[in-house]
Write a protein of this length. Structure first.
Length: 124
């Protein structure tokens, strides 16, 4: 079902500072949208590297890793597989701001994870 890591979402203190930091290290800016206030997706250098999704902390959010998203070929097929397990998960959700369909779930220790359709569309 899982093909690899799609992205890792980080909640940061200073959005612009963090984006500039990653760009200085050689990360490529893929998107910059108003998703969750401001959001940027930057890809690590090299072939088939994961993407880091950056959001500035707001409200009661805690700085650090928000979730790890894993790539799947078909979110709906993954939904069907999960439905036959004891894993607690949310039904597939299309996120217009990112152009992605996701399934949110938590691991046995409560860490947030996500399954993401491997087909990326341009954000709205």
């Amino acid at each position: 079902m899982i093909r690899g890591i799609d992205h890792i979402e980080l909640i940061v203190r200073d959005f612009d500072e963090y984006v500039d930091f990653l760009k200085t290290l050689g990360f490529k800016l893929l998107t910059h949208t108003k998703h969750h206030g401001e959001s940027a997706e930057l890809q690590a250098p090299g072939e088939n590297q994961p993407i880091f999704e950056i959001h500035q902390a707001t409200g009661e959010e805690v700085i650090g890793v928000n979730h790890i998203a894993f790539k799947v070929d078909d979110v709906n097929a993954a939904n069907d597989v999960l439905a036959k397990t004891k894993i607690d998960f949310k039904k597939p959700n299309y996120v217009e701001a990112t152009g992605r369909t996701t399934i949110n779930l938590r691991d046995p220790d409560g860490w947030r994870m996500q399954l993401v359709d491997s087909k990326r569309k341009d954000p709205a």
